[in-house]
Every structure is written in C-alpha cells, then in structure tokens.
Design a protein around this ligand. Structure first.
Ligand SMILES: [Zn+2]
Length: 132
C-alpha cells in the first residue's frame, strides 16, 4: 500500500497525538504502517540509486567515446582503451572489442561480436593449376 508524502506527514502528527492521548495501541498500528512504508521506500530508493549509477556509467562512456577512423576508443584522462567496433557502437551502443587478425584474408581486424571485418586482408594465395 502506497501512502503519499502528505498522508505520511499527517500520520506522524496522528501518532504524536495518539501518544499524547495515551492511545498506545492505535499509535503502534500507525507506526507499523509508517515502518512498512519506510521499508518499501528504502528498497525502491536502492533500486533507483542502482539505475542512476548505471545510467551515469552509460552517459560517461558515451562522452568518453571518440572516433579515430575506423574504430572507436574510450579516452579517459589521457588513457586510451579499445579499439571498439564502429558497427556495434553506432548501431546498438554496444562496446565490443575488435581484435587483430593479421593472418586473415578478410581483414586486419575483426569484431568478436558481430563478426564484421575491417581493414585489408592478406592477399589470397595464387592458385596454380597444373597440367594445362
Ligand atoms: Zn561489431
């Protein structure tokens, strides 16, 4: 049961009045309701703080992400982390590492998540046909 802020404020006043009147049982019932409300709000507050931290993290990441063609990097106080896949970052804001693939024919780098290849790959070996 959710109690509005003004209702809760009123309930505190009611509790004080009940105690002054000596109605201990009624005061206790009011305090119990307030306690339940407090515990619910405390849990909700923790959840919201966690969400806020996550949002702050995402926002910070977005402001630190820089584009140095062809990849994205995170720059934080002169430190550079990456490279990150431009396809994944620009598409879904996913921070996916790009690894070097020096022996690949498809490209010099490959995203480990979307499998996109970047750069020029190793030239294909010449196929020699014998017997012609
Ligand atoms: Zn990718």
């Amino acid at each position: 049961m959710d109690i509005s802020f003004s209702e809760a404020k009123g309930m505190f006043g009611t509790v004080i009045d009940l105690i002054k009147k000596g109605s201990q049982m009624e005061a206790q019932a009011q305090i119990q309701k307030l306690q339940e409300q407090y515990l619910g709000l405390h849990a909700e507050n923790l959840e919201l703080r966690q969400e806020l931290l996550e949002i702050k993290g995402v926002l910070q990441e977005q402001t630190q992400m820089i584009f140095d063609e062809p990849f994205f990097y995170i720059e934080d106080e002169g430190n550079r982390d990456g490279p990150y896949c431009p396809r994944c970052w620009q598409g879904e804001k996913k921070k996916c590492r790009v690894i070097q693939t020096p022996d690949s024919y498809n490209g010099t780098h490959r995203c480990q998540v979307c499998d996109e290849c970047f750069g020029e790959g190793k030239p294909m070996p010449e196929i020699k046909f014998e017997g012609y």
